[in-house]
Design a protein around this ligand. Structure first.
Ligand SMILES: [Zn+2]
Length: 410
């Protein structure tokens, strides 16, 4: 006896409509027609069933702080965040804002978030709040945390100890920000030290890398070289790398991109934030996003992510991964039919690979985490930011627009 049968749905990967059978919180079978008895059957009416969105680059400690940024620059964002940390940040404050955002994100179909957490705070207020939140929300959202030295790994002597304490506390991934170190050389040194920490502790790495309009900011080259030298292929992510948009095209296409591909580096673009924060100081204005199309063509695993939502860097955001993918499609020239499907992958399967989510997907044996959309195709869903009709987590319907407050039937 099945627990749940979702009949007559389209999916991003199957040719025609299928039925999806769920038992014990897992997908038992996906086939054109499933006759088995089930405790509950939902008529999908030909709509699109997808695996949940994965947001692989976010900042839950600063979310919903609603700090204004009048210049719209990365620098003012970092400065305003430093002031907020000094004057207002508490463990309770982080927990309250982050949980409020996660509730909304869940209703928007997101079930996994990788969040950076600032470890330059001597009291590690963000890390304390978010490691607790990670445990409290485990039945709804998989939260993965990155120990992120926002002000720079060498900005203060105690940052190393704080970063290690955060990892001891349950923060999962090692972060870095080489372009924000006092000297260029220290950017390279920070990468070396932090990758060694990851190697020693068998952890993944996610670096805020070359997030600037400086064509000479080439820390991603160092990151790729060290990743290969230390045998960390497939475990390291370069986030942002917006400087690649203004680097010499010969260097990017002939040297850098092949190097990233060979090192198995993952790349995360944050299209909304990249376009907003980048390009302030160049004329003519450039697109301020990594060359997503060229990276994908070279076989690099690329994800698109939200990054910020109503915080010192970005006043908008709605946990809508369709909005993220649409901006990526515009900026990255990804409007062909196949390219639009690829953009959908950049907010689902590609970031799931980055986060190493186990049992992710719509095949037998996967966790029964799914979202039913009010659309019949990926392109329609992407175009309309389709309404999330049903949110299913571990085989149970947990929300969605089709669930009335008092009941749970479609
Ligand atoms: Zn970020």
């Amino acid at each position: 006896m099945l627990d749940l049968l979702i009949a007559n749905v389209h999916t991003p990967q199957h040719k025609g409509p299928v039925d999806v059978a769920v038992a014990d919180g897992k997908i038992a079978e996906v086939a054109p027609r499933i006759e088995a008895a089930s405790h509950r059957t939902i008529d999908g009416a030909g709509r699109l069933l997808i695996p949940p969105f994965v947001d692989a680059h976010f900042h839950l400690d600063s979310v919903l702080t609603r700090v204004p940024n009048s210049s719209g620059t990365l620098r003012e964002g970092i400065d305003n965040w430093a002031l907020y940390k000094q004057q207002k940040l508490t463990v309770e404050d982080v927990y309250r804002r982050a949980s409020q955002y996660c509730e909304h994100a869940f209703s928007m179909g997101i079930q996994a978030i990788r969040s950076h957490v600032d470890v330059c705070d001597p009291q590690l207020r963000g890390a304390r709040a978010l490691t607790q939140l990670k445990r409290d929300l485990a039945d709804r959202i998989d939260i993965q945390l990155v120990a992120f030295p926002q002000d720079g790994y060498y900005s203060a002597p105690q940052v190393r100890e704080q970063l290690l304490s955060a990892l001891d506390m349950g923060v999962d991934v090692v972060g870095a920000i080489p372009h924000n170190e006092p000297m260029y050389r220290q950017g390279s040194e920070s990468l070396h030290e932090l990758l060694l920490i990851a190697q020693e502790r068998d952890l993944l790495v996610d670096v805020h890398c070359d997030e600037s309009d400086d064509p000479n900011s080439r820390h991603v080259e160092t990151l790729a070289a060290l990743t290969a030298q230390l045998g960390l292929q497939g475990r390291v992510t370069a986030s942002h790398i917006t400087a690649t948009a203004v680097m010499d095209p010969y260097y990017v296409s002939r040297k850098l991109i092949p190097m990233l591909a060979a090192a198995g580096l993952h790349v995360i673009c944050n299209p909304l934030i990249n376009v907003h924060l980048g390009g302030h100081f160049t004329h003519p204005k450039h697109r301020a996003m990594a060359p997503l199309k060229d990276l994908l063509a070279a076989g690099v695993n690329v994800a698109c992510a939200q990054d910020c939502n109503e915080d010192p860097w970005y006043p908008l955001g709605n946990a809508d991964m369709f909005e993220v993918a649409r901006m990526g499609a515009h900026v990255g020239h990804m409007m062909g039919l196949e390219a639009l499907h690829t953009m959908f992958d950049t907010v689902t399967v590609n970031p799931a690979r980055i986060m190493r989510l186990s049992g992710y997907g719509l095949t037998a044996g996967c966790r029964a985490n799914m979202v039913l959309l009010r659309a019949t195709s990926v392109v329609e869903a992407l175009r309309t930011s389709a309404t999330r009709e049903l949110i299913i987590r571990d085989g149970a319907v947990r929300g969605g627009a089709a669930v009335p407050p008092s009941g749970n039937r479609l």
